[in-house]
Design a protein around this ligand. Sequence first.
Ligand code: HEC
Length: 137
Amino acid sequence: MPKSPYPSLDREQLTLLAAWIEAGGPEQSIDGERPAEEPDVLLPTFESINTFVLKAKCVVCHTPGKSAGNIPLLTKSDLLDSPYDLVVPGEADSSGLILVLKINARKKMPPESSGIDAVTPDQITVIKQWINNGGQD
Ligand code: HEC
């Protein structure tokens, strides 16, 4: 290889370049695309439940066109207005969303065969809290 007139890339630049290639060479900065890291303490809000549980562990199947597309889990209204009583405000223990997360659930979600990490006990506690607070913001 002929000697380049440009200075060589340092480690950090190489890492960034590799990440950009891995992301498919997007035009936009890949920074904003990075999945958010889960905070130690999850807030009982739709926003955080959506980001760290639903998008991370459910939506691959629960979106139109996928295996559970008839039960979408994309928006707050998908949860609150669902014919499956996914969220019964104030009553976490009667909410379909909680029933499928219980360790002995008949149809435990996410299905074990999917290889997706189970929803952790801490996450379940926070979802229950959100529902018992009324399932709003
Ligand atoms: C690998 C695909 C997949 C993932 C991931 C997944 N589900 Fe499901 N889920 C399904 C399928 C398929 C059904 C429909 C089962 C049936 O027909 O009885 C279902 C059914 C359900 C139901 C209805 C259960 C019932 O009583 O009929 C709920 C509620 C549910 N899922 C919630 C979730 C939640 C919450 C997550 C994430 C924590 C999740 N699912 C992750 C595939 C998935």
